[in-house]
Design a protein around this ligand. Structure first.
Ligand code: FDA
Length: 387
């Protein structure tokens, strides 16, 4: 007997399913329309080389949330991987995010922190107090024209396929500049990669006698016995698919950006010496190149003569594309408001996750918000069951 249907086996759905099964003794039916569990965190070994490739873009785990860190460590150990990113601009490689190393290399200077701050402050004063009216002006206002034009302007134009003068200033509220040589990408307390890969971690979460996983099962396929038509109103449903799809797009499509991945196996042991190289200039059509072997330097079984690289091309998503990053225009926010009104009318349907709430969530945020949903909304329904 099914006590709850969870739609979507990404980190949000898996966390809810695991907690309801383990902590609340519920029988969970977890469905996903894809042929694998794990949502966008899924990874698999590239068949020729055995190198683990994150199928939906690089996934680096990081968190400062103690509860989430304790929870995820029940299912996997983490390597000591620390993420760093570099960017190529006009044939030269610079460390990211912008830090004292980037600044001194770019200006051919030897500024200390205070001198660098003063130089950037002076460059950022160009608008003379005028309110930035678009992303271009906002960028200049935040870090000054030279650094903005070198590292942010064209990279952002490629990400959005739109000239930054036509993008709203609100797209970037801050551009972090570090006045030290620290180029660690994340500031979180904990960081690392699952020792034996994402899929092993994801599978351990689903491996519970009270969780039944059904893949290749679309919630909107009325021929399935776990479809929307069959289950809503019968058992509680946790829905982590796209919110506009749930309501048949009645309030309009929410807009997303997507990424096209171009994967190649190269006959070299090391292509770029680092996991992520951004390309800041417009003459390179992709935004970055990922080289997956560098995420796991400890895996000495990876081949020494071949490597896997993936080029990323960013564009607006159309229906049928994988939705990755919410665009979040004012029209989107209006539509989302109307969808939220509709959600309140859906008794015993709980919307969560990246797609179900139309917001970008890092993995630790998806897991943290799933734990909160279990505490605040599902515990009152399932709390009475024996564990
Ligand atoms: P997720 O999208 O993972 O899962 C939703 C699931 O619902 C999918 O499996 C989908 O198939 C299923 N589904 C949808 N509709 C359905 C239907 N009708 N029927 C059945 N199933 C349906 N985070 C981080 O911490 N570090 C990082 O480095 C990155 N990197 C990164 C790169 C890129 C390119 C993206 C897009 C995202 C990241 N993330 C990330 C974010 C990370 O992917 C995110 O936190 C999780 O995907 C959130 O998990 P969810 O369960 O919310 O969604």
């Amino acid at each position: 007997m099914t006590d709850v249907v969870v739609v979507g086996s990404g980190f949000f759905g898996l966390t809810v399913a695991e907690r309801l099964a383990e902590q609340h003794g519920a029988n969970v039916l977890l469905i996903d329309r894809r042929a694998h569990i794990g949502g966008n965190a899924y990874s698999a070994p590239e068949p020729e080389t055995g190198i683990e490739v994150h199928q939906y873009g690089t996934h680096l785990f990081h968190t400062s949330n103690e509860r989430v860190w304790e929870y995820v460590n029940r299912f996997t150990a983490f390597t000591g991987y620390v993420h760093k990113v570099y960017t190529t601009h006009r044939g030269e490689v610079f460390p990211m995010p912008i830090n004292l190393g980037t600044i001194n290399q770019f200006f051919r200077s030897a500024y200390g922190p205070e001198e660098a701050k003063a130089a950037i402050r002076e460059q950022a004063a160009e608008l003379g107090g005028k309110e930035p009216s678009n992303l271009d002006e906002q960028g200049v206002n935040l870090i000054g024209r030279p650094l903005y034009e070198a590292f942010i302007r064209n990279y952002t134009a490629k990400q959005w396929q739109t000239d930054p003068t036509e993008l709203p200033a609100s797209v970037i509220s801050r551009l972090p500049v570090r006045y030290t040589y620290d180029n660690r990408y994340f500031n979180d307390t904990y960081e690392g990669l699952p020792v034996d890969g994402y899929t092993a971690w994801l599978e351990r979460m689903a491996d519970h006698k009270r969780i039944e996983v059904r893949l290749d099962t679309d919630f909107f396929d009325a021929s399935q016995d776990a479809s929307k038509a069959a289950v809503v109103g019968q058992v509680p449903v946790v829905y982590t698919g796209p919110v506009d799809r749930y309501f048949d797009f009645t309030e309009g499509d929410l807009s997303w950006r997507t990424i096209d991945f171009e994967q190649e196996v190269l006959n070299v042991g090391d292509f770029q010496g680092t996991p992520v190289m951004n390309y800041a200039d417009l003459d390179v059509p992709y935004t970055r190149i990922l080289e997956f072997r560098h995420l796991h330097p400890e895996r000495d079984w990876y081949p020494k003569d071949r490597t896997v690289v993936v080029k990323e091309y960013s564009r607006f998503a159309e229906r049928g594309d994988e939705p990755y990053y919410p665009v979040n225009t004012p029209a989107d926010r209006d539509r989302l408001g109307r969808y939220r009104d509709l959600m309140t009318g859906e008794k015993d349907v709980f919307f969560g996750g990246r797609l179900g709430t139309y917001q970008y969530l890092d993995m630790h945020m998806a897991i943290g918000s799933a734990l909160s949903m279990v505490d605040n909304k599902l515990e009152p329904i399932f709390g009475g069951k024996a564990a």
